[in-house]
Design a protein. Structure first.
Length: 137
């Protein structure tokens, strides 16, 4: 019975963790906008959410092919965020080989922040609804 009550919250909490991971990736790109040779990272939220929900990933070759390759840490989502972390496509070349497009990163940051807030509000609303149902109001 409890599974039915918290089932939708489980999806939202996974989404919240993945949104936080995407925000961290975008923030890292913005912080390194003036670093020569920095390659911007991209976090594909859809792929990460599909992997977190058990749908797998659409990224080809996302497994570790050599034991010397580095592992990217993930926030307890069975490697979902690791599979979704890649490199962003450079829109215009820079003189210092930095691939961060500041305008695109700002837009992604704001979009992700709004979606993070919406997910928080949904979780808050669901919690209040369950609490009022338990209290009989």
């Amino acid at each position: 019975m409890l599974d039915k009550l918290v089932g939708s919250l489980d999806i939202q909490t996974k989404a919240l963790l993945l949104r936080a991971e995407r925000q961290r990736t975008i923030s890292s790109n913005i912080a390194n906008v003036d670093t020569p040779g920095y390659v911007a990272r991209d976090f594909k939220f859809g792929d990460a959410m599909a992997a977190a929900m058990g749908g797998g990933s659409t990224i080809a070759g996302a497994s570790q092919t050599d034991k010397r390759h580095m592992q990217i840490p993930s926030p307890d989502l069975s490697g979902a965020s690791t599979l979704a972390l890649g490199y962003s496509v450079q829109s215009q070349p820079n003189m210092d080989n930095n691939t961060v497009d500041l305008d695109r990163e700002r837009a992604n940051f704001v979009d992700n922040a709004v979606r993070y807030e919406a997910t928080l509000r949904f979780i808050n609303g669901q919690s209040k609804t369950m609490l009022s149902a338990i209290q009989g109001q």
